[in-house]
Design a binder for this molecule. Structure first.
Ligand SMILES: O=P(O)(O)OC[C@H]1O[C@](O)(CO)[C@@H](O)[C@@H]1O
Length: 550
């Protein structure tokens, strides 16, 4: 595959950017009454309105051509067909197979991947029904009231985000807690709220070697055994989710209580696998199936819809336009729904661990910007914190506004306020405020004439700040599944255009290696690091910790 910037469509986009003096978005809307209706795509209960982006049909045609020149169609076929597209780890990338419907087959070589997926899903269903129905009980016979998922990264962010997003669908399931941080506070806060007699721990780790997860799992086991006074209690209070049966056994969890998955499921794409066990426990297996069905529906849309009407493809191409041609270094995600509060954190791993790369698949340096910095939180809070920069700062920050039409069980009047703010923010970013408008506004407000000129530059908004509006009909398992799958595919398409391997994460390894060494050196009873072991700053920090008052 040639470097992205050597593709003809890339060059045409650059050329267009240099030579074409675009009109303001206000003018474009005024001159083109069909713009809003045309610049929309819908699938699986989700509508993407991308009309407030700084592009016109001509750029869109070139972006679609770019996808074609990058051979997107065959790369999609390769992923769905189980080819080993994660070349550095020589693995297939088949999270899409995890959501295939009951009765489906997914042949990869001699194997029917779907059969394995469905076998694990059936075990998860039985277990969840046992726990939720009170048939799986604690060591002393108590019903399970609390589930604590211990995991980090992909073994935490997806299930935690989904459990929060769909909390209204939990029925009478157990309370589910998530522990990821290894600082002692996180596990301490959760165990203080739980009764060991009725608490079930899910130790979730693809590798079962992650330091933070194993340390927290050991702490949890010590807490449980200390309280119940019997090592045998572990059998009724600990289950594991992993690909590493040997390490699960070494930890002391019977592999009969382990739910497996496979090396072709990347951590950040794993919430659909047994890593979703806390979701199925919290919401029940039927709701988990609906989540998978929504993701599968989006997979089908992604696989079959023409690129110009393909929601994830459009989302990716718009991001490419903003990042590579308009020079946006970040992407703000602003969900206007409290329950989607953890979505930006989830998307951070999805996007930045996947595409935060600076070499192409063949190992040569990339010649363009890759993943932007994805950030954000619930939109209303963001408005009162960092939206100032988004409106008037010196950087272009494209926004994904995510809204939900149905207020669900909440007060419609309050829901309407939140929705009004979403609409208004997108409009304000697009329109801006001209000098004439700002002046008129100040006069109407009675600002003294002599102050108007001085205030004017502060009160003008440039506008032309791009955003997408991603509208969900409702926040239910199906639609959330579809939304998350759409973002997964967006990430994949961006990786295809940038020609990076979106499925490895070597960049997290160095810190892990150094942490193991530093941990040993922090022990005040161990020998101090030698003078040449670290740079002076690192050595100073280690010495400071060793010398701290105890
Ligand atoms: O599930 P595991 O193996 O504990 O890994 C947790 C996370 O750690 C990472 O490897 C990054 O450190 C992620 O990719 C992964 O989701």
């Amino acid at each position: 595959m040639p470097a992205p910037s050597s593709l003809a469509a890339w060059k045409s986009l650059q050329q267009r950017r240099r030579t074409h003096l675009p009109r303001s978005l206000r003018e474009r809307f005024a001159a083109d009454p069909g713009r809003a209706a045309r610049m929309q795509a819908s699938a699986c209960g989700i509508t993407l309105d991308y009309s407030k982006n700084l592009l016109d049909d001509d750029e869109l045609v070139l972006l679609l051509r770019l996808a074609d020149e990058a051979d997107l169609a065959s790369r999609i076929r390769a992923m769905f067909g189980g080819e080993r597209i994660n070349t550095t780890e020589v693995r297939a990338v088949l999270h899409v197979a995890l959501r295939c419907p009951p009765g489906a087959h997914w042949p990869v070589g001699d194997l029917d991947v779907a059969a394995e997926v469905h076998a694990v899903r059936a075990r998860m269903r039985t277990f969840c029904l046992q726990v939720r129905g009170g048939d799986w009980r604690g060591h002393g016979g108590e019903r399970i009231t609390d589930v604590v998922n211990i995991g980090i990264g992909g073994s935490d962010l997806g299930p935690a985000m989904v459990c929060e997003a769909l909390a209204d669908h939990a029925g009478d399931g157990p309370r589910v807690h998530f522990v990821s941080n290894v600082d002692g506070v996180h596990i301490g806060d959760v165990t203080r709220r739980c009764d060991p007699r009725s608490t079930l721990f899910v130790v979730a780790s693809k590798t079962f070697t992650t330091q933070e997860t194993l340390a927290n799992a050991h702490a949890a086991r010590a807490w449980l055994v200390g309280a119940l006074g019997d090592e045998a209690a572990v059998a009724r209070h600990f289950v594991a989710v992993s690909t590493n049966a040997a390490a699960v056994r070494d930890f002391g969890i019977d592999t009969a209580n382990m739910f497996g998955f496979w090396d072709w499921v990347g951590g950040r794409f794993s919430l659909w696998s047994a890593i979703g066990l806390p979701i199925a426990l919290a919401l029940g297996p039927d709701r988990f199936d609906e989540l998978l069905a929504g993701a599968h529906a989006m997979d089908e849309h992604f696989r079959t819809a023409p690129p110009a009407a393909n929601l994830p493809v459009l989302m990716a191409l718009l991001a490419i336009w903003n990042v590579n041609f308009l020079d946006a270094a970040s992407q703000l995600v602003a969900p206007y729904h409290q329950r989607l509060h953890r979505l930006p954190a989830y998307l951070q791993q999805l996007d930045m661990e996947s595409n935060g790369k600076s070499v192409r698949r063949d190992g040569t340096p990339v010649d363009c910007r890759t993943s932007p910095i994805l950030w954000g939180e619930q939109g209303i809070n963001g408005q009162h914190a960092y939206f100032q920069l988004v409106h008037q700062g010196t950087q272009l920050v494209p926004v994904d506004f995510i809204g939900v039409l149905d207020p669900g069980r909440e007060d419609e009047a309050l829901h309407r306020i939140a929705f009004a703010n979403l609409v208004a923010q997108a409009e304000a970013l697009m329109r801006g405020k001209t000098a004439a408008e700002a002046e008129a506004e100040m006069r109407a407000a009675g600002v003294p004439e002599e102050r108007i000129a001085a205030l004017l530059p502060h009160r003008v908004f440039s506008g032309d700040r791009p955003s997408n509006v991603v509208l969900l009909e409702r926040l239910d398992p199906f639609t959330l599944g579809a939304l998350v799958a759409a973002y997964e595919h967006r990430t994949f398409v961006q990786g295809v255009i940038w020609d990076v391997n979106s499925f490895d994460q070597w960049g997290v390894e160095l810190g892990k290696q150094l942490a193991a060494r530093v941990l040993a050196e922090l022990d005040p009873h161990a020998a101090a690091p030698s003078a040449d072991a670290h740079d002076a700053s690192t050595r100073g920090l280690i010495e400071r910790y060793r010398a701290r008052p105890r």
